[in-house]
Design a protein around this ligand. Structure first.
Ligand code: PMP
Length: 407
């Protein structure tokens, strides 16, 4: 029997908090999700009972901590259906995963005149590292635009692929518009040119199917803190053949094999990419978050969030002067909006006085804001513990704020 989704809210202590004298309505989940008690307990338990540095010691605590860290890696492997544990590299998060790849892939595979394709729907962390790498390597940074619905045009993508393309970087879900990108199709088209694809799954791994082998993704990156786990830990998944071919990123302890003044050789995967002492407790916390998620039926979870999104969007759409951004055929978890004549920032501040937490501004996606010709949007974003009452309170709060601001 899978766990009832509507019971989830009780598992998250912070959701019981009052903010500005109102019960908290937390709708900033795309920025970070709250943590269930089991994740908080895993962190406390690690530091209370297990703390030791891993992989180096042979005393009991070091062995147990190493085992717990590697068990967390196995949970990630299973969660994303990777073929091998050593294809799962722990990083600090999506940003570090992309930077690792942009540096190492650029150094090994990108020459002057080569091309990288990045969608215009990307978060800065899957945009800027590629842009800077292209400058370093003298390569061409090509952006794949989106249309008025907020969708990528696959025909245009096809026309951009050529024998100079070295890599395609695209998110599965846009953090600003919620567009679900056709990454399976993008990967199929890119592979026809032998071009690898990096999927930024920061906004999808916690909401949609997360099977790297079914997708045939070459690289797949995400952050623990957006999927109910701790901050400071994330994942770079890469197919073995790619990770083997790439040089190391950071160097230091653990990532080496032989070190002499004349010669340094590297450790095997995944350790080649995990220099220094990693975030052990946080990795274990991510494992606890994966266990927590595993209690739910994934299809029920997706349906719950889809229903909630449709319900919330409908409530917002009925408010006069409402602008909802994008109209993609598939949208996940994001409600991006503005009220004509009202600054997104003012709306955010007023909603906060009612205990409603949303995000306002550019959401680290200036290219999207430029294309929409706005300085920013209000973004409500949902997680598994949200319910219809939260959406009702959001819509009511927006209407109250409009009355106050337009008075
Ligand atoms: N990509 C997407 C789509 C995101 O939404 C985010 C976080 N907002 C990131 C990348 C960056 O994630 P992090 O800050 O955890 O590295």
């Amino acid at each position: 029997m899978s766990k009832d989704i509507l019971s989830a809210k009780a598992d998250f202590p912070l959701l019981n908090k009052r903010v500005n004298d109102h019960p908290l309505v937390y709708l900033d989940n795309a920025a970070t999700t709250q943590k269930p008690q089991v994740v908080i307990d895993a962190l406390v338990d690690y530091y209370t009972n297990l703390n030791a540095n891993i992989h180096r010691g042979n005393h009991s605590l070091a062995v147990q901590a190493t085992e717990a860290y590697e068990a967390a890696r196995r949970k990630v492997t299973a969660y994303i259906n990777a073929e091998h544990n050593h294809e799962v590299i722990f990083t600090r998060g999506t940003t570090e995963s992309v930077n690792l790849l942009a540096y190492t892939f650029g150094e090994k595979f990108v020459q002057p005149g080569d091309e990288i394709i990045v969608s215009q729907l990307e978060h800065h962390s899957n945009y800027v590292p590629w842009n800077l790498m292209c400058r370093r390597r003298g390569a061409n940074f090509r952006t794949l635009p989106f249309n008025e619905r907020g969708e990528i045009d696959l025909e245009l993508f096809k026309s951009m692929l050529n024998e100079k393309t070295r890599l395609v970087a695209v998110n599965q879900v846009s953090n600003s518009l919620g567009t679900v990108n056709p990454v399976g199709e993008i990967i199929r088209l890119a592979h026809a040119f032998d071009v690898p694809v990096l999927v930024d799954a920061a906004q999808s791994v916690q909401h949609l199917a997360h099977d790297v082998r079914a997708l045939d993704a070459d690289f797949y990156v995400f952050s623990s803190h957006k999927m109910y786990g701790p901050m400071g830990i994330g994942v770079l998944y890469g197919k073995e053949k790619w990770l083997e071919a790439l040089p190391p990123f950071m160097s230091g302890g653990e990532m080496i094999d032989i070190v002499t003044p004349e010669k340094v050789t590297f450790n095997v995967l995944p350790f080649k990419f995990e220099a220094g002492t990693p975030n052990v407790a946080e990795a274990i916390g991510l494992g606890a978050a994966i266990d927590y998620l595993g209690q739910f039926d994934p299809l029920e979870l997706q349906k719950h969030e889809e229903d909630l999104l449709a319900y919330g969007l409908k409530l917002l759409a009925d408010i006069p002067d409402m602008i909802i951004y994008g109209a993609p055929s598939q949208r996940s978890s994001i409600l991006p909006f503005n009220i004509r004549g009202i600054q997104h920032y003012d709306m955010g501040v007023l909603l906060d006085t009612m205990g409603i937490a949303v995000r306002t501004g550019q959401h680290c996606t200036q290219p999207i804001m430029d294309a929409l010709h706005v300085s920013g949007t209000v973004r409500a974003s949902i997680a598994l513990y949200n319910n219809r009452t939260d959406m009702d309170k959001l819509a009511y709060g927006v209407q109250r704020a409009v009355k106050m601001l337009k008075r």
